[in-house]
Design a protein around this ligand. Structure first.
Ligand code: FAD
Ligand code: NAP
Length: 534
């Protein structure tokens, strides 16, 4: 580990925490504008999500051509994706390419975790402390800490007693894992499990999948990108970027629309199976607002599961029936349901039994002990607030973020929290965030934050801070639009239901025209924020 930084490096314009796609672009924007910036990243390299999640089958489920930065035409022109949905190593290579191309690594401290960030009103600066003893003073702090960056730790009794190998999908060993000939247990059936199970099943001698809630998954129909695909995208690219700048996106946050007649809905349902994945879901008008629309899409997927899975009893266990499609994050897979037709794969339905403990040799349920050589915990993340709650963040007058958020996160526009001047969140709760193509949302937030910081600098202003009133109104609006949807009907990580004791609040913003709204706020001299003189 490198020694702590020296005092002369430690007084900065801005600290950016995290070196995922958000942190990389944030450092780039601020540095290009002439600010002194330090990025701090817990991992030993860039890439965030794509640095940590190296489990077999990990890949994006937004098409790679869209899951790309748009801030640099040269970057977009020169980077070539190999597949419709690029695999994790390629997305990580892209993050490394960006870091290299824009010379970003020199601004980051790696292998370093931020432990606290305190605001001192007297000097209007933040003091940021790390786990290796650095202390920084910065005017601005940007949390690019990720919405899905804190994997849940398994908490079954006996976890540490297990003598085989244990893995967490979100903390996968860099050297890879070969399950050939092993008896493997996978706990969880979310996106990470759904991507990895078909590959683990090919290697393992026996695979036991522990399912708590069945999931809706759409086929990826992944394939190599052809020269024609790329040429067509390049032709459409200027228009695509123009749309993004105007606040439109190919992954709109579940558009509100008219409700077509049943026959029209049934006619578009087969598109769910054409490989457009999440794009085909958001093509269903009013999917997350109308039970009738939702039922058409959900039933279409249920019928496909019944067709694919040979054993009807097993098919029924794998079929989600008690929540609307899209209300939990839908998945995109390659051969997920078909994997259960394999002789070496078994499903344990945790609605019929329960895991009691992990023993030295396996997983004990109420009914039996299943002996395994390896356990994969694909049990998800402390989403959206987990990384922030693990840092001691204190704003004006020692106000602790964890206290302010004790009943659930509260933000103004998903960008700031009242009482925390010059403190910004990227894709924070109260913004479209995890409901969108996150690379687009990251760029929208980074640009907004960079513009706000430069606005302060150019006018020699000291701070920008959301007002309590603006925050209250925004939180009420976020809740109001969420309550008009079917999202509250599922026990999802969107509402914190996957973490025991976490307040149940729908965290992302599912309303319309988000970018137009935040741009209008900036244009109106940052309405809802107080800008104070130095
Ligand atoms: P992250 O990539 O999570 O980076 C945050 C970084 O902050 C991490 O590296 C973490 O180590 C660091 N950090 C956190 N706390 C601290 C601290 N205290 N000190 C120092 N460093 C800290 N989104 C899509 O739109 N499309 C997809 O197809 C898609 N696929 C996904 C697949 C997986 C397996 C997962 C888990 C998520 C996926 N997502 C997808 C969401 C994905 O998280 C975002 O697309 C995007 O990569 C987030 O980038 P980020 O920089 O905001 O956060
Ligand atoms: P997840 O969606 O939260 O899934 C976790 C799974 O583990 C769920 O099936 C959950 O069941 C189960 N689980 C959790 N705790 C459990 C327990 N104690 N006992 C038994 N089962 C338990 O997590 P994830 O699969 O890592 O995905 C998280 C998000 O990351 C996704 O929703 C998506 O946004 C993103 N992601 C995307 C991709 C992609 O395709 N590009 C891949 C991976 C992840 P319940 O449903 O009952 O809680």
């Amino acid at each position: 580990m490198a020694p702590p930084t020296t005092a002369k490096d430690n007084v900065l314009d801005a600290i950016v925490v995290g070196a995922g796609f958000a942190g990389l672009y944030m450092v780039h924007r601020l540095r290009e504008a002439g600010l002194t910036v330090r990025g701090i990243e817990a991992g030993d390299g860039v890439g965030g999500t794509w640095y940590w999640n190296r489990y077999p089958g990990a890949r994006c489920d937004i098409p790679s051509l869209l899951y790309s930065y748009t801030f640099s035409d040269d970057l977009a022109e020169q980077w070539q994706w190999s597949e419709k949905y690029a695999p994790q190593p390629e997305i990580l290579a892209y993050a490394n390419h960006v870091a290299h191309r824009f010379d970003l690594r020199r601004s980051f401290l790696f292998g370093t975790r931020v432990t606290s960030s305190h605001f001192d009103d007297a000097v209007k600066r933040w003091t940021v402390v790390t786990d290796r003893g650095d202390t920084f003073s910065a005017r601005q702090v940007v949390m690019a800490t990720g919405c899905l960056s804190v994997p849940k730790q398994p908490d079954y009794p006996g976890v540490d007693r297990f003598r085989g190998k244990s893995y967490i999908t979100g903390l996968w060993p860099h050297e890879g894992v070969d399950f050939t000939g092993q008896r493997v247990a996978v706990i969880g059936t979310g996106s990470s499990a759904i991507q990895s199970l078909p590959i683990v099943a090919e290697q393992a001698s026996a695979l036991t999948v522990f399912q708590r809630t069945p999931n809706y998954s759409l086929p990826a129909c992944n394939r190599t990108l052809t020269a024609e695909d790329v040429a067509a995208f390049r032709t459409a690219y200027p228009e695509y970027v123009a749309m993004l700048r105007m606040g439109q996106s190919f992954i709109p946050v579940f558009p509100r629309d008219f409700e077509p007649p049943q026959a029209d809905l049934e006619a578009i349902a087969p598109a769910l199976w054409n490989g457009d994945g999440l794009l085909s879901l958001v093509a269903f008008p009013n999917l997350v607002r109308s039970e009738r629309v939702n039922a058409v899409a959900a039933n279409y997927v249920r019928d496909r599961i019944a067709e694919i899975v040979d054993d009807p009893v097993l098919a029924e266990k794998l079929t989600p029936r008690d929540y609307p499609i899209g209300a939990k994050r839908a998945c995109v897979d390659t051969d997920y349901y078909a994997t259960f037709n394999r002789a070496n794969v078994r499903l344990v339905d945790l609605r019929e039994t329960a895991i009691v403990e992990i023993t030295e040799t396996g997983v004990r349920t109420r009914d039996e002990t299943i002996e395994v050589d390896a356990i994969v915990y694909a049990t998800g993340f402390d989403a959206m607030t987990g990384a922030l709650s693990r840092i001691d963040i204190r704003g004006r007058d020692g106000l602790a973020l964890n206290d302010v958020w004790a009943d659930g996160p509260r933000t103004y526009l998903g960008l700031q929290v009242a009482g925390f001047p010059n403190f910004f969140l990227i894709t924070g709760p109260g913004s479209p965030s995890v409901l969108s193509n996150m690379l687009n949302s990251i760029e929208v937030h980074v640009d907004w934050i960079a513009d706000a910081v430069l606005h302060l600098r150019d006018r020699q202003l000291a701070t920008i801070e959301a007002t309590g009133t603006a925050q209250d109104e925004w939180v009420a609006h976020v809740n109001e639009v969420a309550d008009q949807t079917l999202f509250p009907q599922a026990n999802s990580w969107y509402i914190g239901a996957n973490v025991e004791g976490k307040p149940r609040v729908f965290m992302p913003y599912v309303g319309d025209n988000y970018k137009q709204r935040i741009d209008a706020v900036a244009a109106d001299n940052y309405a809802g924020f107080v800008l104070s003189a130095g």
